[in-house]
Design a protein around this ligand. Sequence first.
Ligand SMILES: [Zn+2]
Length: 129
Amino acid sequence: MGRLFLVNLEGKSYSCRHCNTNIALCSDVVSKSFQSRHGKAYLFRKVANVYAGEKEDRMMMTGMHTVVDIYCVKCGSYLGWRYEFAFEKSQKYKEGKSVLERYKVCGPDENNYLVVAQEVEAGETDTDE
Ligand SMILES: [Zn+2]
């Protein structure tokens, strides 16, 4: 086991909600319209400071994919997954890219407004508490 080495990302970035480690740059967002079973998820060209779990074939809305779950290298929190292989030709663009669960990462200029911001983004009108 090597020494824990964290990459510092220059610029606006998303970081681990648990330990604040930089995970991905805003400029590397490919799509914000992904969906996981937990809610919104973003597709990134590349991510940093993560380690991958076991490869696994997973059936998704867009077809079968080989994916690995990715975890924060510092605190071990589950963050999302990376596409290793897409069985469908139309989904090949996702290979090598990573999805981060939106609720697992903090965005730039963000603090406790997250829940509100998510509701606005999703266009929900139900504001009962
Ligand atoms: Zn973390």
